[in-house]
Design a protein around this ligand. Sequence first.
Ligand SMILES: Nc1ncnc2c1ncn2[C@@H]1O[C@H](COP(=O)(O)OP(=O)(O)OP(=O)(O)O)[C@@H](O)[C@H]1O
Length: 285
Amino acid sequence: MKPLLEISHLDKQIGTLHLQDISFTLEPGYIFGLIGRNGAGKTSLIRTIMNLYRKDSGNVIVNGCPMDTMEREAKDQIGFVLDEFLFEEKLSIAANGKLFGATYTAYDHELFLRFCSRFGLNPKQKTGKLSKGQKARFQLAFALSHQAKLFIMDEPAAGLDPLFRRELTGYMQELVENGTRSILFSTHLTSDLDQIGDYIALIDEGRFCFCMDMESLQERFVLVKGTEQEISALHSPHILATVHEPYGSTALAEYPDESLISGLDVSRPTLAELLFYLQKGRCIS
Ligand SMILES: Nc1ncnc2c1ncn2[C@@H]1O[C@H](COP(=O)(O)OP(=O)(O)OP(=O)(O)O)[C@@H](O)[C@H]1O
């Protein structure tokens, strides 16, 4: 099956940030999560993929359409929810739908209004007066109204109340369910990603530390718990970090040999734990 997104050797210098040699592909039917600390380059990468920042080198291809030579066709297939509000704040929700909808081949205004109603939005309200969460809902309604194949979302759940946040993860799963659409999204909410992510990339200082499917990630890293003595005795290049706390010690190990960890308490880290221990081990800044 043709990938919905193909990124190869993407490079971009933005101020002091250098997005460096970013490559990945996203097939239809999957959710790809992008994580990383504040300032790691998530928003910059998303903006570069969408050609809001012009890349220095590399390629972005959306459902077979190269961003360089078929930008309109490529953007036609992208539904976005961004941190920065790109719509006309002086106009109403409905007027924004019509205005920006005209730039998409398959925009359906009736469908947009139905989504607005489903998300509790009044189409007559000016977008400039919307709260952060309402702006996210508006963008989502619009993204869902022009038959986009690839959904790109920059921290879509930031500023959303817990109820709608839960609904949002439900919509995201619904979107990819029939195997024809995909989602690339950035988030700090690793628990959401633990639940719905199929692929995950960790970005740090503009580079991918890893980019892999969730299953491989779970095979790659383990947490090993024991007494301070037991954990201190683990000398191996497979040990990425050790943390000693009053109530016990923990090591993060990568592809550990069975012999190294036998007899110890071994578990799979959550994403939050993985980030914590990678940082402790100075694998990420
Ligand atoms: N327009 C710009 N001009 C100059 N530097 C920029 C610009 N945009 C981004 N940067 C640089 O890129 C860095 C990364 O910013 P970016 O917004 O991509 O991070 P992020 O991972 O999305 O962070 P956060 O989680 O806080 O949203 C910034 O710290 C800044 O140095």
